[in-house]
Design a protein around this ligand. Structure first.
Ligand SMILES: Nc1ncnc2c1ncn2[C@@H]1O[C@H](COP(=O)(O)OP(=O)(O)O)[C@@H](O)[C@H]1O
Ligand SMILES: [Mg+2]
Length: 271
């Protein structure tokens, strides 16, 4: 696996902002990798996403996407093709008047025939459970449907790296579950994913998780390793998986349940 995204001693401060270094990161991401990005509100996660896709350029250091640095303006069209960012608030992303034209929008900007666009749209609608809603106006959709639509529009463009910024926030439990499963399927199909969240439960299947705190990357490693320093993780603003927290409350020392089944079998041993 080759390194697809490199953040080399990157530091970013918003222009005019008194805070310095709201995003300081060193990172190399390989193709096919699933990276979870954890951290409290305001820790710099969304800024990191914008840096990765060249929406903002680092104040110091370099961001390199598939060998192309984001500082060079001529590289940006290529970079925007390689990285799909699904924003934290889906409404900010919609530009069209119906679900199907929204899904078609990105494809229409590529040199494709109308038949190719039609089949691309149909495939994305089916894959994201939106076929029955194709004529509906995007702003009338439920929170979960809006999230599906924003994912479908980006996925359609077949980005090499998919960045999802808090994809499960503000969704009901049913929608959370189906979107979680869908992203898991994309991952199993080889999609490189950067998943931003404060809730570690969402990224337990990640290859690695990195933690942002106070604008700095403070930790990176496999999720199981982060669970070995739970108090530190909580101090950084990470919400630990519910079953893990329950295990801690029950005093299960030296054993870290990460699934309901594991927790239940440990409880049986206690009684
Ligand atoms: N457009 C902006 N101008 C100035 N400061 C900003 C802007 N966007 C975010 N910030 C600040 O940068 C820091 C990191 O924000 P952000 O990356 O959105 O964090 P997160 O996504 O982890 O909640 C915060 O202190 C926030 O207030
Ligand atoms: Mg954010």
């Amino acid at each position: 696996m080759s390194e697809f995204l490199i953040l080399d001693n990157v530091s970013y401060s918003y222009p005019g902002s008194e805070k310095s270094g709201v995003c300081q990161v060193n990172l190399a991401l390989k193709q096919g990798e699933f990276l979870g990005v954890l951290g409290a509100n305001g820790s710099g996660k969304s800024t990191l996403a914008r840096l990765c896709c060249g929406l903002i350029a680092p104040t110091k250091g370099r961001v390199v996407v598939d060998g192309h640095t984001t500082e060079v303006e001529e590289n940006l069209p290529y970079i925007h093709q390689q990285i799909g960012l699904v924003f934290q608030h889906p409404d900010n992303q919609f530009v069209a008047s119906t679900v199907e034209t929204e899904v078609a929008f990105g494809l229409e900007n590529q040199a494709l025939s109308s038949m190719e666009i039609r089949s691309g749209v149909d495939e994305a609608l089916a894959c994201f459970y939106l076929s029955g809603l194709c004529k509906v106006q995007p702003h009338l959709l439920s929170g979960g449907e809006k999230r599906l639509l924003s994912l479908a529009g980006i996925w359609n463009l077949k980005p090499k790296l998919l960045i999802v910024d808090e994809p499960l926030s503000m969704l009901d439990p049913g929608a959370r579950k189906s979107i979680h499963m869908l992203l898991q399927e994309l991952r199993e199909a080889g999609q490189t994913i950067m998943w931003i969240t404060h809730n570690m439960e969402e990224v337990m299947m990640a290859d690695r998780v990195m933690v942002m705190a106070g604008g700095k990357m403070v930790w990176i490693g496999p999720p199981g390793e982060l669970l070995k320093i739970p108090e530190q993780a909580k101090d950084w603003g990470v919400t630990l998986p519910l079953v893990f927290q329950l295990g801690m409350e029950l005093g299960l020392t030296g054993f870290y349940p990460t699934t309901e089944d594991e927790l239940v079998s440990e409880i049986w041993k206690l009684i």
